[in-house]
Structures are given as structure tokens and as C-alpha cells.
Design a protein around this ligand. Structure first.
Ligand code: SF4
Ligand code: SF4
Ligand SMILES: [Zn+2]
Length: 277
């Protein structure tokens, strides 16, 4: 019988590129699997091939292609297929697995920078996440004209397809200061690098528990033997931070990571059954 999933998730903060979650009733292997999948398996769109039509700049074609590849592109996961899963199975791709972007820039009046905003995409939804990413500087009279092809890919094949600039988790902290043992010297408050503790009415209080990084400096600084302050962590609760590069909303990245993990586990189960036959 399948056991219902008991994981509890609370969203602490969320904006366009960041999400901070408390995840309870999970263990380290599951958290680590989600983190690794978010980094290396959740697909995103990136420029994968560049056809240079005219390049009279001082940068070589390969360097420009590399810079374009590392320009994050807004991704539509529902509208496009991974090239290896696309029905076309074509080396060039089709309109379900490839997006064409063009650039036609020239410095006519003097030296100028060319920015990502000058890339023209055939799909207005697949464009650089920012218009202000510098691609190249052209001196007067220099030109850059190219056609670039973006495809879905995975971070495990190249970092340009990694949808997150940061994905990390830490244990959920637990801090106790028993008033009987504490001498209120405030050494723990002063040493804390994260300003987790505060003196209130001459007593140590926890001001911002979630900021604690479990460094234990406060415990070491306590002159009491054994230390009056007790810092521990909950074994099955974590704080997870996901910072998207802007290619996908951060909540979509974690949703996709859970779907991929589920698919991988089902596949593993199927293989185990085959082996057991
Ligand atoms: S463990 Fe480190 S971060 Fe946490 S309260 Fe103590 S000194 Fe501050
Ligand atoms: S360092 Fe120890 S004794 Fe001093 S205030 Fe902190 S917990 Fe209390
Ligand atoms: Zn295709």
C-alpha cells in the first residue's frame, strides 16, 4: 500500500527569483537529491549553436558564442521539448525543440557596447532575462551579425543550462538559554556573526532564529562550564534557499525537481522488478 507523503512545506519568502522554504519531515538524502536535481536535471533554455555571418570585432567567434551561451534565457518548459525527446530527432531541431535568435549590430558613430537586449528572438517569450547583459564592445566601423539557436538542456551537461545560481539547505536550528545557568554576560550576543541573539531586559533572547548558521561561536564564547547556551538542530527539518537565474520562477524549479525525482524513483522500481523476475 502506498504511504501518503507527509512532508510539510512552509514558504518563508518568495519573489521573482528567490524562494525560502521550511521543509519538515524529510531526511538529508531527500533534501540532497532535490538540491542536486535542481542544479543538474531541471532543464532550461540556452543558446547552443551560433552561426556567425559577419564578425569584424576583435573577439573570436568562439568567445562570442560562449558569452551568448551563458546569457540566461526565459524558459518555457511546457512549450518546448528536450532535443533528445523531440519527435523530430533532427540534428537541426524543429520549432518544438529550438528557438532562433538573431543579432545585427554595428558601431556607426563610435565605440559602443552591444547588450543582450539587441538579440531578436522568433519567440517573444524566449528572450534574455535581462536586456543589460554586455555581449561585446564594437569600435567604430565594426560589425557583428549572427544567428543563434537556443535549446533546452540540463546543467549536468553544461553549466549554462543550470536554472539556479544558488540552491542550498541547512538544518533548522534550535537555541535554548536556560535562565538559571546564564550569567547574562552577553558574550554570546556580541560574538554571533548573524545577530541571532539580543539582550532584552538583561536576558539573552533569540531575535532571528532562522538566521543561525549553526557555527557554534556563541557556545564556545560562553564562559560557563558547561555552556549555558545550547545550540542544536532538528534532524528532520530544513531551511532551503533557491535562487533562480531568472530563467524559471524558483517555485517551478523545485516543482520540476520533485517531478524528476518521482520519475527516477519509479524507473528504479521498475528496473528492480525486472531484475527480481
Ligand atoms: S550558532 Fe553561530 S549563528 Fe547561531 S546563534 Fe550561535 S553564534 Fe549565532
Ligand atoms: S555567554 Fe553564556 S553566560 Fe554569557 S550571556 Fe551568553 S549564555 Fe549567558
Ligand atoms: Zn524537434
Amino acid at each position: 500500500m502506498e504511504r501518503p507523503c507527509q512532508v510539510k512545506i512552509e514558504v518563508l519568502e518568495k519573489d521573482e527569483t528567490n524562494i525560502r522554504l521550511i521543509i519538515r519531515d524529510v531526511d538529508v538524502p531527500l533534501m540532497n537529491a532535490l538540491r542536486r536535481i535542481a542544479l543538474s536535471e531541471v532543464p532550461s533554455m540556452a543558446i547552443d549553436e551560433v552561426v556567425m555571418i559577419d564578425n569584424s570585432s576583435i573577439l573570436q567567434d568562439e568567445i562570442i558564442a560562449h558569452r551568448l551561451g551563458l546569457t540566461p534565457l526565459k524558459t518555457d518548459l511546457d512549450g518546448y521539448n528536450l532535443p533528445e525527446e523531440c519527435k523530430c530527432q533532427s540534428e537541426f531541431g524543429c520549432n518544438l525543440c529550438r528557438v532562433t535568435l538573431t543579432l545585427d549590430a554595428e558601431a556607426t558613430e563610435g565605440t559602443r557596447s552591444v547588450y543582450s537586449g539587441e538579440l531578436v528572438s522568433e519567440n517573444p517569450d524566449i528572450v534574455p532575462v535581462s536586456d543589460k547583459i554586455p555581449i561585446i564592445k564594437l569600435a567604430k566601423g565594426q560589425k557583428l551579425k549572427l544567428e543563434a539557436y537556443a535549446r533546452l538542456g540540463k546543467g549536468k551537461n553544461h553549466a549554462k543550462w543550470q536554472p539556479v545560481s544558488m540552491c542550498a539547505y541547512k538544518y533548522f536550528p534550535k537555541i535554548e538559554v536556560p535562565s538559571g545557568k546564564c550569567k547574562d554576560c552577553a558574550k554570546c550576543v556580541d560574538i554571533c556573526p548573524k545577530k541571532v541573539l539580543v539582550m532584552k531586559e538583561n536576558k539573552v533572547k533569540v531575535r532571528d532564529l532562522l538566521a543561525c548558521n549553526l557555527c557554534m561561536d556563541c557556545v564556545e564564547a560562553c564562559p560557563q562550564k558547561p555552556p549555558a547556551i545550547k545550540v542544536e538542530w532538528e534532524k528532520n527539518a530544513f531551511i532551503m534557499n533557491i535562487e533562480s537565474t531568472g530563467v524559471l520562477p524558483p517555485e517551478r524549479i523545485i516543482q520540476e525537481a520533485t517531478k524528476i525525482l518521482d520519475k527516477q524513483l519509479k524507473e528504479f522500481e521498475k528496473q528492480l522488478k525486472v531484475e527480481a523476475k
